[in-house]
Design a protein around this ligand. Structure first.
Ligand code: GLY
Length: 423
């Protein structure tokens, strides 16, 4: 575990080395896992030809276990609450111990500012009241405000909103700054290697996973391999036979806008609205920009990353209904990316069983399918991966095993390698 690896500034040939851990996928989740694993003392290779350019590039960065609660997702809520509990320490570790609210380019943009949920019409008010009953039954803090109280806190909110709820525990981070921060810390670390290549598949050796083959040739050998490349996970060659990774793309359009100085601060809280039953959120950043998101569409765009005109229209229309000053902002960017959805909206996180043996396949951890919650769940995904490397994991998270959708777990051959990477 202590053998030196070349510093990433001089990566002559990463294939020539063996790493303790290879992480496939350089989004927020992959970076968070790589960071935590380096903190455990292990050497890490992070494999991605375009790190941070997928769903992480679009993400608004809401850390919102309370307002993201959906009916019948109590198991996921427990994971989200654990992530929220871990966030202050995770951010403080990255921000040099300073924790929430550190300003400037060096920080992660982690802020403990609260969230307001607001409804547009009477039906939205009823829907938010129904959800509040479920949130409170789960022990979550959601307090009704009068419209007057909400506007005293956020004077630019429309007087026409139908209701407001205070959600103090839902916070935010800036995913682009977070990625840049983790990336910079890792690159300065002599036992970390950034491998700017695309993984083609898993390598196998004696019945265990032994690293990753690279597209175009070459390989990264590792004692443990973490598959954290979002939707790309299901396309890897050499996945265990019989393992179903039922990932589907759920596209989201999201906007970034600049607030003119005369309107600052536009908001102090994140505003999560329901407008004629459709969610919209407005996330204010420290730098005078806001993020407005996000649509959810499962159509297949003609081009990867194509932004939907209808999606942009809907976001601006609904955000403006809640906050009329939105019309006076400068539109900087419209982005679309796909979130990695799963059938139960929960991640695929853990080791994979070797069918019929009660044992797990050695050398392989899956960490994907984070759907709407990748940024929030990053610290808990990282902690779970570290636990899996160190010993038995917390049994609470067995519900998220990545083989839970694999119907036939009774035959040893189900979980033999499907095909071997040609690399
Ligand atoms: N986490 C919010 C979204 O996926 O839109």
């Amino acid at each position: 575990m202590d053998a030196p690896v070349p510093p990433s500034a001089a990566p002559a040939d990463p294939s020539a080395h063996r790493y303790d851990v290879a992480v496939i996928g350089g989004g927020v989740v992959g970076h968070g896992i790589a960071w935590e694993i380096r903190r455990s003392g292990r050497s890490v290779a992070l494999i991605d030809d375009a790190p941070g350019s997928g769903a992480s590039w679009a993400a608004a960065g809401m850390l919102a276990p309370v307002s993201e609660l959906h009916y019948q997702e109590e198991a996921l809520l427990a994971l989200m609450l654990e992530a929220a509990r871990l966030w202050p320490g995770f951010a403080a570790g990255l921000d040099g111990g300073t924790g929430a609210g550190q300003e400037g380019a060096g920080g992660t943009g982690y802020l403990t500012t609260p969230t307001l949920a607001v409804g547009a019409d009477a039906a939205d008010r009823r829907a938010l009241a129904d959800l509040r009953a479920v949130q409170q039954a789960c022990g979550l803090a959601v307090e009704p405000l009068t419209v007057r109280e909400a506007r005293a806190r956020e004077p630019l909110l429309s007087p026409g909103i139908s209701c407001a709820l205070d959600i103090p525990a839902d916070h935010q981070v800036d995913p682009r700054r977070l990625l840049a921060r983790i990336g910079a810390l890792l690159r300065a670390d002599g036992r970390f290697e950034a491998v700017p290549r695309r993984a083609a598949g898993l390598l196998w050796d004696g019945g265990r996973v032994a690293g990753a083959g690279l597209e175009g040739g070459g390989e990264i050998r590792a004692d443990e391999t973490v598959v954290a490349n979002g939707l790309g996970a299901a396309e890897l060659q050499g996945l265990p036979g019989g393992l179903a990774l039922p990932l589907r793309p759920v596209y989201g359009d999201i906007l970034r806008l600049r607030v003119p100085p005369r309107l600052r601060p536009l908001l102090r809280s994140t505003v999560r609205g329901l407008v004629r039953g459709v969610p919209v959120y407005i996330v204010p950043r420290e730098d005078g920009t806001v993020v407005i998101g996000a649509t959810q569409r499962e159509d297949a765009p003609t081009q990867s990353g194509a932004v939907s005109a209808g999606g942009v229209y809907q976001l601006l229309r609904d955000a403006q209904q809640l906050l009329p000053a939105v019309a006076e902002l400068e539109l900087l960017e419209a982005t679309a990316r796909a979130r990695p959805g799963t059938p139960d909206n929960a991640p695929l996180l853990g080791r994979v069983g070797r069918g019929g043996t009660g044992q797990d396949i050695e050398g392989l951890i899956i960490a994907t399918g984070f759907f709407r919650h990748g940024v929030l769940l990053t610290p808990v995904a990282a902690a779970v991966c570290r636990e899996l490397l160190d010993g038995p994991p917390d049994p609470r998270w067995a519900a998220f095993r990545p083989d839970r959708f694999s119907a036939r777990r009774d035959s040893a051959q189900d979980f033999s390698p499907k095909d071997r990477t040609t690399a």
